[in-house]
Every structure is written in structure tokens, then in C-alpha cells.
Design a protein around this ligand. Structure first.
Ligand SMILES: [Zn+2]
Length: 196
């Protein structure tokens, strides 16, 4: 059972965090001593995504990356958003957990495919074409809780192949860690970023 599975009724709670404006800060690796904070923030990220859908700000949120809510000390993790049924089914297929920590793409198909993508950091902007690998091999960690002590720890690296939408999400979220946005001209965009 994942940490996020324990959230009670996440979609009606008001989020305590909000999206930040796009920024150029590179995210750092998650360490064991970040986990207490990470767990709290990850829950809030899920609540935030749920609130955006409930308030009809967006139709669906697949995932949110930590740098989208923290411009000061962004870390390399993202959450899948369980209110999206297509995500729920796919996440359940592999290990029922919604938090992906320190993911890295270790292999990918050479051919890239053009996809249309949007990003909640740029709410209200139309999707844009982005080139993505159709298949990737990823390694990542997850969080586990010791049954007896209740302490949180990082798992070893897991390896997994993804294609289609899951491959697309991993590439999109990993780009966020490296301050790469689907809107490549984000620095020149003269727009208001609404707080959610
Ligand atoms: Zn995004």
C-alpha cells in the first residue's frame, strides 16, 4: 500500500501548496532525510491536482513534478494523480504507488514521435507539439514504510520499460527536473500565472 493510498478523500481537501511560476532551477536528488518532508508535500501535490480537476481548472492532471510547486529547493520526484482513471489503472498495473523518486531514463528508442502536450504550469495555454521517445527504460526509487518502526526509507532502484502515455509522462516530468518546459520560450512569455 502506498503512502498516497492512505490519503482520505483527497479531492475535497483544500491544498496547502500552490503551483509556482516556471523557473530555471535544476532539481536535486532526493535523500533519505528528505522523506518526511517529501511525504507531506507529495500528499499536498495530489490534493492540489484533485482540486484543479474539481474546480474544473483543467480536465485531467496526469502527474505533478516537485519543481512545479517549489522553486527554492526542488527535488527529483513526481506524483501520479490518482483522480485520473487512466493513470490509476496503469499505476495499479505495476505497483500501486503514486510517488516516483529519482527517476532516470537509462535507455530509449532512437526514433522520436511528435506528441501534443500541455502542462499545468501554463494553465490555459494550448497544447504544443513535443518530440518524445515512444519507448523508454527507466530506473527509479519509491518510498516504503517499515512495518514495525514506521520509518520511511527509499527502496532500491527499480527498472521498468514504458511506452505510450506512461513513457510520455516520465519524459515530461523528468524534463521538469532539468527546467525544460514544453513551452520552450517560457522566459519570453508575458503572462499572468494564477495561483491555484
Ligand atoms: Zn508539466
Amino acid at each position: 500500500m502506498s503512502i498516497i493510498d492512505r490519503i482520505i478523500n483527497p479531492f475535497k481537501a483544500a491544498p496547502k501548496i500552490s503551483l509556482v511560476k516556471p523557473h530555471g532551477k535544476i532539481s536535486r536528488e532526493v535523500k533519505e532525510n528528505d522523506l518526511k518532508r517529501l511525504k507531506e508535500v507529495a500528499q499536498q501535490m495530489v490534493i492540489l491536482a484533485g482540486a484543479m480537476v474539481m474546480r474544473k481548472v483543467v480536465v485531467e492532471v496526469y502527474a505533478i513534478s516537485h519543481p512545479q510547486v517549489d522553486a527554492k529547493d526542488p527535488m527529483r520526484f513526481f506524483v501520479f494523480c490518482p483522480q485520473s482513471k487512466s493513470i490509476r489503472d496503469r499505476v495499479n498495473e505495476f505497483d500501486r504507488s503514486f510517488v516516483i523518486v529519482n527517476p532516470r531514463i537509462v535507455r530509449s528508442t532512437q526514433v522520436m514521435v511528435e506528441k501534443q502536450e500541455g502542462c499545468v504550469t501554463f494553465l490555459g495555454m494550448a497544447n504544443v507539439p513535443v518530440m518524445r521517445h515512444n519507448k523508454i527504460e527507466v530506473e527509479y526509487q519509491q518510498i516504503e514504510r517499515n512495518k514495525f518502526s514506521g520509518e520511511l526509507s527509499l527502496t532500491g532502484y527499480k527498472h521498468k520499460d514504458f511506452s505510450g502515455i506512461m513513457a510520455q509522462i516520465f519524459q515530461h516530468e523528468i524534463d521538469h527536473f532539468n527546467a525544460i518546459y514544453v513551452h520552450k520560450n517560457w522566459k519570453e512569455l508575458n503572462r499572468t500565472y494564477y495561483k491555484i
